[in-house]
Design a protein around this ligand. Structure first.
Ligand code: C2E
Ligand code: MG
Ligand code: MG
Length: 635
């Protein structure tokens, strides 16, 4: 910032070849000043405090006898930071420059210098002067012979004007600096993530589009984009609270930044910019790589850096991340395409088990398009009546009688044929339409069963329906189940619901509450795919369940592998001790069947008995395999 000029000293330079005139000026101006003052104007401009103190005002007068000498003094004064405010310049100064020449030189050196040109009648006309020096408010004319009062007024007014102008300029400069600073602050706020101070998406997009443009001009300038997502971050938020979650994100951001700055990166040319673009999502731009596999090295290092435990308050938190990578080798036209592909690759990394990176390839994009088409088709599958149920019998191992059926959903896709639930249930969960699909399945199964149970001897059949983990989280699940069963006119005991072990373990407290409410309706619950979800056997008795279904993977190996046989045996014993029902899933051979039977397993299901079939075929099977004694016994 400029310094406020000294207001007490007013420096005047007199340039005249006649040294007597120098003395005249000194005498005249050393008297007490009088006449015109600009103080009122100053007060108006800068508030009530006058800039110029009248008492301390005095003129500091220097003189020169030739134009070029005057110019040298003006230049020296400027260098010393004590510029002249006013110059009285004589019009005729032989043998040197005349007044007009002198003035134009002075102004080249110091454009803010105020000038009074002193002239006799016969010199240049005003028009001629204006023609030579241009129209300006820095120049006044003083006709010879001088009047003392006029000289004093001019000296006072012109030096005062110089001060006011200077002061105004300083204010303007200060203002400009301030505006620039504020603008920079605002720009920073608009372009940075408030939590971590990393660049935000707008900032990142800007950098990325620049990189894309540079690469187009010079394909040697390779770069890569990472889409990094923290694995299971929600668990941190849910279990430790958002406050800790936020602090963790800040630490993650710091590590991402630090990791970049490491000298040993790849080459000293490698530059990375990390941006936070969502809750736990980061975009990273890696520039200056020499080979595309350099990007992998960076990704590996980032994963390593994040794997070190974080300390937030008293908590030690371990996290992992999934990274999707795409590179400029794909010659992207737009940044959206590039980010989209990095995102797609990141999802691949998640699906492949998290804590890893995956590099995008074009097949992934085609898959993503297919998936999008599937999503759209699935959204209308119910209204287009493309869903149907198949039924697989659940039989009593001791007697071979059918006790019930498991309802399994199929999607008859208009062009792709039958789609397995393994392919579309996860999709339905992800896009949030599993709830209506689940309700449709339950209603359909209940109506079908109600129809069967009205037939002779089939009055005790039950139906088993699968519940998705996402349905467990739905607030109206229990009411909806109750309504559907009532509308079908079935007793709750006719329905069994299956929920996978992993779904229960995902949020055990919540699952136990909901499952308890379902059991209170009088509906039996079974743990599906038992043995795959790592639930601690000791907490089994806490679950409000009536039984479990041993996963197919155990049954598959039970005959050939004694370890599996031992585990299955233990599960059977456990179920008996806890008085839980047990169904063996996926029995395909007579050996498996007899082994399970010997171990004491009650019920079973599998291709050995019957594959899942249409409702008509299922009914046929039921009529053939129903045990009259069983139906009477239970009735
Ligand atoms: P799940 O509930 O464990 O169903 C058993 C699966 O094993 C069925 O596959 C069935 O066809 C198959 N299976 C039965 N016996 C054998 C056998 O002896 N050998 C072999 N290799 N497989 C056998 P499906 O119908 O493809 O269903 C797969 C999974 O999809 C089901 O596993 C279930 O988790 C889910 N699912 C099916 N229908 C629904 C539904 O309506 N709602 C929900 N949420 N999930 C469903
Ligand atoms: Mg099942
Ligand atoms: Mg199962």
């Amino acid at each position: 910032m400029k310094q406020t000029p000294d207001q007490s000293v007013r420096r005047i330079l007199v340039i005249d070849d006649n040294t007597d005139i120098h003395e005249d000026f000194r005498k005249t101006l050393s008297r007490k000043s009088f006449g015109v003052d600009l103080e009122d104007d100053e007060a108006f401009l800068f508030g009530s405090q006058p800039v110029v103190e009248t008492q301390s005002r005095e003129f500091d007068i220097d003189t020169a006898s030739q134009g070029h000498l005057g110019l040298a003094m003006v230049e020296a004064a400027l260098r010393e930071g004590r510029p002249y405010q006013l110059a009285f310049v004589d019009m005729r100064m032989p043998p040197g420059w005349d007044g007009v020449e002198t003035i134009s030189r002075l102004w080249q050196a110091d454009p803010s210098l105020q000038v009074v040109i002193c002239t006799a009648y016969s010199d240049y006309s005003w028009d001629q002067i204006v023609e030579k020096l241009g129209i300006t408010d820095r120049l006044l004319i003083l006709k010879k012979p001088f009047d003392d009062a006029e000289v004093c007024q001019l000296a006072s007014a012109m030096t005062g004007k110089w001060l006011v102008t200077q002061q105004a300029q300083i204010k303007i400069d200060d203002m400009e600096v301030l505006v620039e600073k504020r603008t920079a602050e605002l720009r920073d706020v608009a372009l940075r993530d408030t939590l971590t101070s990393l660049p935000n998406r707008i900032f990142f997009n800007d950098l990325l589009s620049r990189s894309i443009a540079l690469h187009r001009r010079d394909p040697q300038r390779m770069f890569a984009v990472f889409f990094l997502d923290i694995d299971r971050f929600k668990i941190v938020n849910d279990s430790l609270g958002h406050h800790i979650g936020d602090r963790l994100l800040i630490s993650i951001a710091e590590r991402l930044c630090k990791a970049h700055r490491k000298e040993d990166v790849i080459t000293s040319m490698t530059e990375c910019t990390a941006a936070r673009v969502g809750g736990d999502e980061f975009l990273i731009l890696i520039e200056g790589i020499k080979h595309y596999h350099d990007a992998m090295t960076v990704a590996e290092r980032l994963l390593g850096v994040l794997a070190e435990p974080f300390k937030v308050d008293d908590h030690t938190i371990k996290i992992t991340a999934s990274i999707g990578i795409t590179t400029s080798a794909q010659s992207y036209a737009t940044l959206d395409e590039m980010i989209r592909d990095a995102d797609t690759a990141m999802y691949r990394a998640k699906a492949a088990g998290k804590n890893r990176f995956v590099i995008f390839d074009t097949r992934m994009h085609e898959d993503a398009l297919l998936r999008l088409a599937m999503e759209n088709d699935l959204r209308v599958a119910i209204e287009n009546a493309e869903l149907r149920l198949v039924y697989q019998p659940i039989v009593h191992l001791g007697s071979g009688c059918v006790y019930g059926f498991e309802a399994l959903v199929r999607w008859q896709h208009p062009t792709k044929g039958v789609v397995s639930p393994l392919d579309f249930i996860p999709l339905a969960e992800e896009i949030g339409i599993i709830v209506p699909i689940g309700e449709w399945v339950l209603r359909e199964a209940c109506l079908e069963l109600a129809r069967w149970r009205r037939l002779p001897d089939l009055g005790n059949l039950f139906i088993s329906v699968n519940l998705s983990r996402k349905q467990l989280g739905h607030p109206h699940l229990v009411e909806s189940i109750r309504d559907i069963i009532q509308q079908a006119g079935l007793p709750p005991s006719a329905i069994k619901l299956e929920i996978t072990e992993s779904a229960i373990m995902e949020d055990m407290d919540h699952a136990v509450t909901i499952l308890g409410q379902i059991r209170d309706l009088g509906i039996d619950l079974h743990i599906d795919d038992f043995g795959t979800g790592y639930s601690s056997l000791s907490c089994l008795h806490n679950f409000p369940v009536a039984g479990m279904k041993i996963d197919r993977s155990f049954i598959n190996n039970v005959v050939d592998n004694p370890d599996y046989a031992a585990v299955v045996n233990a599960i059977v014993t456990l179920a008996h001790n806890l008085r839980l029902g047990l169904i063996a899933e996926g029995i395909e051979t007579a050996e498996q069947m007899s082994m399970l039977k010997t171990m004491g397993c009650d019920l079973a299901q599998g291709y050995f008995f019957q594959r899942p079939v249409s409702c008509d075929q299922a009914l046929e099977y039921a009529q053939k395999h129903i045990c009259k004694s069983h139906s009477r016994m239970i009735a």
